[in-house]
Write a protein that binds this ligand. Sequence first.
Ligand SMILES: Cc1ncc(COP(=O)(O)O)c(C=O)c1O
Length: 313
Amino acid sequence: MDAQFLFMNGEFIPAERGVISVRTHAFAYGTSCFEGIRGYWNEEKQQVYLFRLREHYERLLRSCSILRINLPYTVDDLIDISLELVRRNGQHQDVYLRPVAYKSDEIIGVRLNNLTDQYILTSEPMGNYVEIGGLRCGVSSWRRIDDNALPARAKISGSYVNAAFAKTEALQNGFDEAIMLTHDGHVSEGSAENIFLLINGELVTPSPSENILLGITRDTVIKLAQRELGLVTRERQVDRTELYVADEIFLCGTGAQIAPVIEVDHVAIGGGKMGPVGQRLQDIYFDVVRGKHPEYSNQWCTPVYTQVAQAQR
Ligand SMILES: Cc1ncc(COP(=O)(O)O)c(C=O)c1O
């Protein structure tokens, strides 16, 4: 069922009233930034857990400062609004929260300063975003946007046209997902995912200066791989051809979760099937996000329904 409520202009309103003017600055110029946050339903505990809420809102506020957006909310306020929205919607299922901070003025003219900032939050039911049983990827002819042009470390709406070009090309060429390179030809990331390679028993992922979004799932993977599998992650420059010889590859992100890659440019990776490390990390990740792994869940999973949470204590 569609969500009944959303949060806009400081209040919870019926979802059908959540409209913006066609003249909105952010609509014309892409001057908004956003987050994608997942909530996971745990049947046994009758609870929805929102995953790494604090880190998502800390990143949203960093994106806002790059885009010169001033929100009248702290991270704690944004967390409280999220919990309240899911409760008001009575959602007892997997959900996807989409906070958007945007330039709301109805004016013509590109700039970021002296404009009005607004905030919207929606919460929708959500399943898988990409296939998680084995992706076929193509290296894109579209290069990843550069930090000096449109900073990838901020989740700026306008920059997703770059991702859309790459994803469309990949789909039309018969692949499931794109892998984008930087301007100097090194591996950057997927259209909406970070990338990991398993090489000689170590995980390798492009470093923050490779025009990636510093993913929260990326950070989760680095920590889980170290603590649960004893695997070190090297953050470094990655050559395109390392993609073709890696033992395993997987993409990760809030939407994609952990999605093993079984082919790149028609070259089979790890024999063309999901490898043991990707499989293991995927299993651990799903336990963690559903609140089934107390060591991590207590720190990373925020329960929505407080009465249930209190009853469990
Ligand atoms: C371009 C891009 N890279 C990486 C990610 C993964 O980030 P996260 O794990 O924080 O969702 C996303 C998704 O938000 C993305 O849009």
